[in-house]
Design a protein around this ligand. Structure first.
Ligand SMILES: Nc1nc2c(ncn2[C@@H]2O[C@H](COP(=O)(O)OP(=O)(O)OP(=O)(O)O)[C@@H](O)[C@H]2O)c(=O)[nH]1
Ligand SMILES: [Mg+2]
Length: 195
């Protein structure tokens, strides 16, 4: 007589954002498995600190509870791989939008990414400011204003290399999800279940 094993529920979270924002790093920091990454050398090495860029997707896994696993799916940041967004967003529970406020054009690009992700699913999103050194409340206000974020969208400062910061970002996303679920039957939320 064997021990009965239940398959864990799987919830999918997409990690998106502009080129070089820190999406791959965010997933690597928290993933329990080495994960899949489709990084290739960038064509313009001056434009990238690591010299590598995601061309299809990143993938990581986190056990949230004994019967609950999160699949973290990272998008490519370069515009020419944007066709992957629709595929990767399928069935997402929510998304994390990472941006680097110090990189020229990153906030404007984040605005465009967010507009597209809002179309791709009626799910909550959280904005994570990465690579930031400076006065925190100023950057929080500025990003909120420039992205024209509604009040219910959480914005956090999170160093994508730090596990605790990545965890807090994911918790902010789940809090936003709970608020949605509690806000009544008119709000539709994707199931996020992929298996
Ligand atoms: N200083 C600093 N560097 C970071 C941080 N997060 C990522 N980086 C570095 O920034 C570079 C880009 O990080 P990635 O995680 O590859 O960024 P990405 O968003 O996946 O990039 P693309 O796939 O090309 O769009 C790498 O050299 C990282 O080591 C951070 O919080 N602080
Ligand atoms: Mg990447």
């Amino acid at each position: 007589m064997g021990i009965k094993r239940h398959r864990p529920r799987i919830l999918k979270v997409v990690v998106t954002g502009p080129f070089e924002a820190g999406k791959t790093t965010f997933i690597r920091t928290i993933s329990e498995i080495t994960g899949l990454s489709t990084e290739r050398p960038v064509s313009d090495p001056e434009d990238s600190s690591s010299g590598r860029t995601t061309v299809a997707m990143d993938f990581g896994r986190v056990t949230a509870a004994p019967d609950l696993a999160l699949y973290l799916v990272g998008t490519p940041g370069q515009e020419r791989f944007e066709f992957m967004w629709d595929i990767l967003a399928e069935g997402m529970l929510g998304y994390v939008l990472i941006l680097d406020p110090m990189r020229p054009g990153s906030v404007e690009e984040a605005r465009r990414v967010r507009a597209r992700f809002e179309e791709l699913g009626d799910v909550p999103g959280v904005v994570a400011i990465n690579k930031f050194v400076g006065v925190e409340h100023e950057v929080l206000d500025e990003v909120r204003r420039r992205l024209e974020l509604p009040e219910h969208v959480p914005v956090v400062i999170a160093d994508a290399r730090e596990r605790e910061a990545v965890k807090c970002t994911l918790i902010a996303l789940f809090d936003a999800l709970l608020v949605r679920l509690e806000s009544g039957p008119r709000t539709r939320v994707g199931t996020g279940e992929v298996g």
